[in-house]
Design a protein. Structure first.
Length: 259
């Protein structure tokens, strides 16, 4: 048991992301040393991370609802005051490739407020393979603007048409990374400038990365400029943008031209 002060939601979220990441690195190293690869790594990582996180949430936040990629969704969260939105292992494919570091652990806390949609108030994203955890408190410091063309990060497996349009309109250099968390954190860390996704994700894919990005001062929205809303009944989110604030207007202007 960690001696971390679990009474603070900020510290608890950071602890969950960091400790889950450490356990995943240990698990991957152990399984690879024993000759396991591919689906064995994916299944073991998903199961272990989910079990650990749920045990911690049951012990320290028993009254809160949970929305997780690795668990059956229930209606309880729709009336709850507090909902933990978690992705125990974001980027299982990258996790299963021992030489890759572009996978993550997502922990976000949604809280009901005076608005009709509530708020992602607290979050942490760990990049376990490089031993980094970024959180909403303390918020990351956004690096200075990059000299040179904007850098746009897209999926390893597909390049959305909308991303091509933005890249051409802004003269972007393109990069490819694995998990959604890794792509979003590459913008927070100043390694990229724009993360644009279409084709759909679930709320757990982006809740924590979006909250951390917002805390760092980045712009976040749907590709039409409308807000990203969480703890909705339908967990599907069709698209998103995370980018440096000075690029928000030109990115949205380019997307407005999409047929």
């Amino acid at each position: 048991m960690s001696s971390t002060d679990h009474s603070s939601d900020h510290e608890f979220a950071t602890y969950l992301a960091t400790q889950t990441g450490k356990l995943l690195v240990e698990l991957r190293n152990d399984l690879v040393a024993r000759g396991f690869y591919g689906w064995d790594l994916k299944d073991a990582g998903d199961a272990m991370a989910q079990e650990f996180l749920m045990s911690q949430l049951r012990e320290f936040r028993p009254d809160d609802a949970v929305l997780s990629e690795e668990a059956l969704d229930t209606a309880k969260r729709l009336s709850a005051e507090r909902v933990w939105i978690i992705d125990p292992l974001d980027g299982t494919q990258e996790f299963s490739e021992p030489d890759r570091s572009d996978w993550a652990v997502h922990i976000a806390l949604w809280q009901r407020d005076e608005t009709s949609h509530g708020n992602l108030s607290i979050a942490a994203v760990s990049l376990p393979a490089i031993e980094i955890t970024l959180s909403t408190n303390p918020a990351p410091t956004l690096p200075p603007k990059h000299d040179g063309p904007p850098r746009l990060v897209v999926s390893r497996s597909r390049t959305p048409r909308e991303a091509v349009i933005v890249a051409e309109a802004l003269g972007c250099d393109a990069m490819r990374l694995g998990s959604a968390g890794a792509k979003a954190m590459s913008v927070v860390l100043g390694e990229c400038d724009i993360y644009l996704h279409t084709g759909g994700q679930h709320q757990w894919d982006s809740a924590a990365p979006v909250a951390v990005a917002r805390a760092a001062g980045l712009f976040t929205s749907r590709i039409d400029g409308s807000p990203l809303i969480y703890n909705e009944q339908d967990t599907w989110l069709p698209d998103l943008i995370i980018c440096r604030p000075e690029l928000a207007e030109p990115v949205l202007a380019a997307l407005a031209e999409v047929d």
